[in-house]
Design a protein around this ligand. Sequence first.
Ligand code: PMP
Length: 381
Amino acid sequence: MSPQKLLLIPGPSPVVPRILDALSLPTVSHVGPDMGRDLREACENMKRILFCENGEPFIVAGAGTLAMEMALLNTAGPGDRVLVLSQGYFGDRMAQICAAFGLAHDVLESAWGRSVTPGELEARLKAKNYNIVACTHVDTSTGACAPVEEYSQVLDKTGALFIVDGVCATGGVAERMDDWGIDVVLTAAQKCLGAPPGLAILVLSELAMEKRRSLASVPAYYSDLLRWLPIMREPSKYFSTPCVNEIRAFAEATRIVLDEGLEERFERHELYAEAIRAGLAALGFTFFTDPRFMASTLSVVRYPEGVDDKAFRAGLSENGVVVAGGLASTAGQVFRMGHMGNLTSSDVRFAIDAAERTLAGLGRKIAPGSGRAAVESILKS
Ligand code: PMP
């Protein structure tokens, strides 16, 4: 077995022992009381994490893409038109799902590295009517964080349902469903929530549930939320066997989020993002994302002149830290470092020390300790 490395890809994020221990408990009946307790608690905790009083949570085996599909299929019916706000690879995926199911849709795109602005959204909504607007909160391809609260203020005047892809944000960046009028947050277990991959997670507002009920049928079976609703309310009922161990681990992950405190967790994500970026900047790296849009959950990082992507990432892995390469047109130009979930300040320090060692190994002249000094100036301030 290879020695354990610090997993700083933009999801899955590192899974802490408390969650791994929960995962390894003996498998129990999927309709028994233990499972019922964990599923109910995980559902209630998701509502708390999303600041949602009366919504309906859904937790099913799958991942973020299934959750995207479920969100669209359960809200968009014949005669509806969806506006997809795309700021990168995963916004484009939302449009691809609309196309795959023949949902009428338009795409309002931003350049990579920034988001569609509320003004651009407002202008589009004045020009054309939409029943549903879907956005990516943090696009993992670009590191840009969309101004979700401001979008919702624009949407407030239109009556359109608002879907937010929180896969790279939920539990790390605030998503206040009730206050902001978000109708669906879809997300996954493996990023800011800190659990292993394997779950599609959604919370729907009462309005979004009404919309689902108003659709006579949806072009889906497993993805039909009305088939899952009775199980989420009463887990002793059966529809399709839930992933018992993963749900138990996920329940533990949500307890960890709430034990830390949501505001504290959001602030910690911001602090670590700042510390990591200060450390990388001190080592000569720059950033792909427009500074006005930078997310606190990952950084998309440009290399100093002459540093090769493959060599750097291989060296960093040798030094104990795994990051991801760029997606689509950014491949070879950037690396993507996730800093989300249950990261510790020691992880932040370890990552920057490893980046410094890697650059030194590639023959760069770096004043020893310069990355770490920049990190400490943020962590101790
Ligand atoms: N949306 C966003 C913003 C993502 O980052 C991802 C995964 N990186 C997805 C959707 C798709 O999630 P999954 O890979 O779990 O299907």
